[in-house]
Structure formats: structure tokens, C-alpha cells
Design a protein around this ligand. Structure first.
Ligand code: NDP
Ligand code: 2IT
Length: 446
């Protein structure tokens, strides 16, 4: 490995031992950049990597709110503003009890590379809270969101930092957050994306991450003489990304045979009925196990990660980080899986990724494959600035073109910099990094 990369990695490990997810993401990125550093010694002189891995700013704040019984709760709120070299910070807000600084720093770092890959002028950031939206009333969700925004509003803005959705933050939460921002700041601006269609949202944003994932995987398959038609697809999760990945995979002729939530998975050998999943998850907000009460022939199995034991051709992990480990990767390969597309952020552990690549599985890394969501967020920002709305077809067409472009850039960088031309992990890291690095070099030490 390049000596500069090794030195930065050693320093990072020494200083961030208590942040495993952040170290995992940074290690993968740094290892991918070894050949880039061999070719660009000027980056070491400019301290580029040390600056790249350190967030420009990380904000931590108290979020007090009152539940329906009158009890006071205090959660932690965060915003990690990682890098603004190529545009305002951009990235989602995660609401989940597991949220901590390590998880948000990993997500913010990945977001910088992902946003760069989109080709659009957006920097990278991420935020959220350890608040658990499950089993809360709408009023409790509103109380939390209003309190969260009461602090966050002073750190964000349409030209400085534009948050959006992520795990636990969907249209309902974005609505409450937007309302509170408007009220405190006294400005009607595109400060959040993923907004409702009646107040500045973009068509296709809801579908964008899942559709974009399938557009990317379609390109990857085509480069190897394959396509989605007739393929058995397993998708983990049943949230925003998973649902619209399922919708597009089915539209492209695939048979989606399993989906999950954090409790377990359903297996439907004849194909998932997505209308039932949408009803359960988007309308009733209940557990996926109820699917089997409504659709005969499907079975429910406890334990979310057991889903990787279902024999399939293509796997799309769309739930959360590190949901696909080494044993799961072995089970997938043994079951005949030849392609994996990451809809979630870092769903595959480092050893599982290495195993899949060594086994010849086509592997689409999340920062490239799930970039359709944030790309469409950037299209929402453009529409807000222009004060007009594009049609569904216009946005979908732009999304598809962006994903095709990301695949080409990733494949080209893999060819130029990776140990193998099919190593899209290295390809995505390098292609995302080079644009930001160039901008940082031009802007001096800051
Ligand atoms: P949602 O909250 O809509 O859905 C999350 C899904 O993942 C749910 O099915 C949830 O199950 C499951 N899940 C969450 N946490 C865990 C866990 N710890 N273990 C097992 N299952 C879990 O989130 P999204 O669909 O928006 O996000 C999914 C992934 O995609 C995340 O990694 C996110 O960062 C990434 N992503 C999202 C984008 C977007 O635009 N929304 C864009 C790009 C990436 P349950 O309901 O039981 O908790
Ligand atoms: O991980 C991601 O890219 C997102 N959660 C979407 C971010 C965004 O700003 O749309």
C-alpha cells in the first residue's frame, strides 16, 4: 500500500478506535486510493487525505420533547458537515435508536464521494438523532421534529446545508421539519429535499433511490451480457429504498422473491405483491410478518439477516449498514447469486465484500448504486431555485442518464486504477474522490 495512505490510516485508527463504522468506511476508501496517491505525490504535500477524512464541522445538540402522556424526553441531535469543496453540504437525516457519531461520520464521508459521483454541485453531510420514530403518534413525531429543527435551523440553509430523508425520516417527518424551519427562519426556501409535491417537492424523489439502484445494476449487468428479465431477486428491507427497488426490478422483468424488515423476512417464491407491501409499510406502518396473513403461498421467517440464505440470482441489500456479513456472502454465492447491488449505505462488511469480489460476483457499491436519491434531491434543489416543476418523465429521464453516467465513470476508474476492471468498489471511490480532490487543491489549505 502507498506509504501516505498507510500513514493516514494508522493515524485514523489510533485516533478513532471508538468509532468502528467510521473506521470501516474510511479504511475502504483509503485503501482504494493507493494507486491515486502513487500518481499524485502533490496530494501528500497538501495534506489532502488528512483534511478529507476530518469533517469540516460536527454539531451535537439536545432535543427535548414531550410525549402524549406529558413525559419529557431528551434525545441527541447531530449534523456532520463533512465537505463543502464542490457545493453546499447535502445528505439525509437518520432517526433510529442506533444513531451515534461513528455512524453519522461514516455516512457523511460516503456522502461526499457519492455526491461527487452524481456530477452535480453538492458537498457532503449527514445528520439525525437517536430518536426512535416507531410506535410514536403523529403528534409525538411532530413535537420531536419541531424541537430538532429549532436547533438545526441555525446551521442549515438553501446555499449552505440541505438535509433530506434517510432511515426513519420520510415525507411525514420532512413536512414537520420544513414547517418549523419556515416558521423560525421566516423564509420559504428549498432548505430540505424530499418535500411533499404541494410545497416544493420533486416528482420521482420518492422513487429515486430504488429506481436509480436498478438503473445502475441494469448497466452493470448489461456490461456482462445480462439483464433483469426472469431473474430471481432478493431485497432486504421494506422501506423507501427497498419498495421502489422492488417496483423497478419488477418493471424490468425480474421476480422479487423475498423482502424483510428488522424482525424477519418473507419468502414468496411466486413473486412479491408490492401493493400489499406498500399497504403494510407506507399506510399501516406495521410489521412485514402480516404479509403472510394477506397473501397465500408466502412464508415468514424470523431473523432479518437469514434472508441471504434464500437462493437467488441478484441480491439488493436495502436496509442498513453491515447487514450482509461474510457468512451471508458465502450463503449467497452457494445459492447461485452472481450480482449484488447495494441500495443501503455500506450494507456489506469489508470481509464479505472481499469474498464476493474474489468469487467473481458483480458488485455495485452503495455510494455509486444508491446515488439516485441524492441526485434527484439535487434536481429538486434546481427546480426550487428556478421556481418551476418538471414532469415525472423529465425527472426520471434525468435520473436514468445520471445513473448511466455514474456507471461509466465508475467502470472507467476501475479500469484505470483498480487491481481488476470489475472492481467497482475501487472505481467508485477513485472517481468520487478525484473531483473533490481537484476542487480542494484549487481552494488552498482550508
Ligand atoms: P426506511 O426507514 O424507509 O427503511 C429502512 C428499512 O430497513 C426498514 O425495512 C427497516 O426495518 C430496515 N432496517 C433499518 N434498520 C435496521 C437494522 N438495524 N436492522 C435490520 N433492518 C433494519 O429507510 P430507507 O429505505 O430510506 O433507507 C434504507 C437504506 O438506504 C439506509 O442505509 C439508507 O442510508 C440508504 N439510503 C437511503 C436513501 C434515501 O433516499 N432514502 C438514499 C440512499 C441510501 P424496520 O422498519 O423494522 O426498522
Ligand atoms: O444516503 C443518501 O444518499 C440519502 N439518504 C439521501 C440524501 C439526500 O440528500 O437526498
Amino acid at each position: 500500500m502507498n506509504h501516505y495512505v498507510q500513514r493516514v490510516l494508522n493515524d485514523l485508527q489510533a485516533r478513532n478506535q471508538h468509532e468502528p463504522e467510521y473506521l470501516q468506511a474510511a479504511t475502504e476508501m483509503l485503501q482504494s486510493l493507493s494507486t491515486v496517491m502513487d500518481k499524485h505525490p502533490e496530494y501528500e504535500q497538501a495534506g489532502l487525505l488528512e483534511r478529507f477524512v476530518e469533517p469540516e464541522r460536527a454539531i451535537l445538540f439536545r432535543v427535548p420533547w414531550v410525549d402524549d402522556c406529558g413525559h419529557v424526553h431528551v434525545n441527541r441531535g447531530y449534523r456532520v458537515q463533512q465537505n463543502s469543496a464542490i457545493g453546499p453540504y447535502k445528505g439525509g437525516l437518520r432517526l433510529h435508536p442506533s444513531v451515534n457519531l461513528s455512524i453519522l461520520k461514516f455516512l457523511a464521508l460516503e456522502q461526499v464521494l457519492k455526491n461527487s459521483l452524481t456530477g452535480l454541485p453538492i458537498g457532503g453531510g449527514k445528520g439525525g438523532s437517536d430518536f426512535d420514530p416507531k410506535c410514536k403518534s403523529d403528534r409525538e413525531i411532530m413535537a420531536f421534529c419541531q424541537s430538532f429543527m429549532t436547533e438545526l435551523y441555525r446551521h442549515i440553509g438553501a446555499d449552505t446545508d440541505v438535509p433530506a430523508g434517510d432511515i426513519g425520516t420520510g415525507a411525514r417527518e420532512i413536512g414537520y421539519l420544513f414547517g418549523q424551519y419556515k416558521r423560525i427562519a421566516g423564509q420559504y426556501v428549498g432548505v430540505l429535499t424530499g418535500k411533499g409535491l404541494t410545497y416544493g417537492g420533486s416528482l420521482v424523489r420518492k422513487e429515486a433511490t430504488g429506481y436509480g439502484l436498478c438503473y445502475f445494476v441494469e448497466q452493470m449487468l448489461a456490461a456482462h451480457g445480462k439483464n433483469f428479465r426472469g431473474q430471481r431477486v432478493v431485497i432486504s428491507g421494506s422501506g423507501n429504498v427497498a419498495i421502489y427497488a422492488c417496483e423497478k426490478a419488477q418493471a424490468l422483468g425480474a421476480k422479487v422473491i423475498a423482502m424483510s424488515d428488522s424482525c424477519g423476512y418473507i419468502h414468496a417464491p411466486d413473486g412479491i405483491r408490492l401493493d400489499v407491501i406498500k399497504q403494510l409499510k407506507e399506510v399501516e406502518r406495521c410489521r412485514i410478518c402480516h404479509y403472510v396473513d394477506r397473501v397465500p403461498g408466502a412464508t415468514y421467517h424470523q431473523g432479518a439477516t437469514n434472508i441471504w440464505g434464500v437462493s437467488c440470482d441478484i441480491a439488493l441489500p436495502c436496509a442498513t449498514q453491515n447487514e450482509l456479513g461474510l457468512e451471508d456472502a458465502k450463503a449467497l454465492v452457494a445459492g447461485g447469486c452472481y450480482a449484488v447491488g447495494e441500495g443501503a449505505n455500506m450494507p456489506t462488511t469489508l470481509d464479505a465484500t472481499d469474498y464476493l469480489l474474489a468469487s467473481g460476483v458483480l458488485f455495485a457499491p452503495g455510494k455509486a448504486a444508491n446515488a439516485g436519491g441524492v441526485a434527484t434531491s439535487a434536481l429538486e434543489m434546481s427546480q426550487n431555485s428556478m421556481r418551476l416543476s418538471w414532469t415525472f418523465e423529465e425527472v426520471d429521464c434525468k435520473l436514468k442518464a445520471i445513473m448511466q453516467h455514474i456507471f461509466r465513470k465508475t467502470a472507467k476508474a476501475a479500469q484505470d486504477y483498480a487491481p481488476s476492471p470489475n472492481n467497482y468498489v475501487v472505481g467508485a471511490n477513485v472517481a468520487g474522490f478525484l473531483k473533490v480532490a481537484d476542487a480542494m487543491m484549487a481552494q488552498g489549505v482550508c
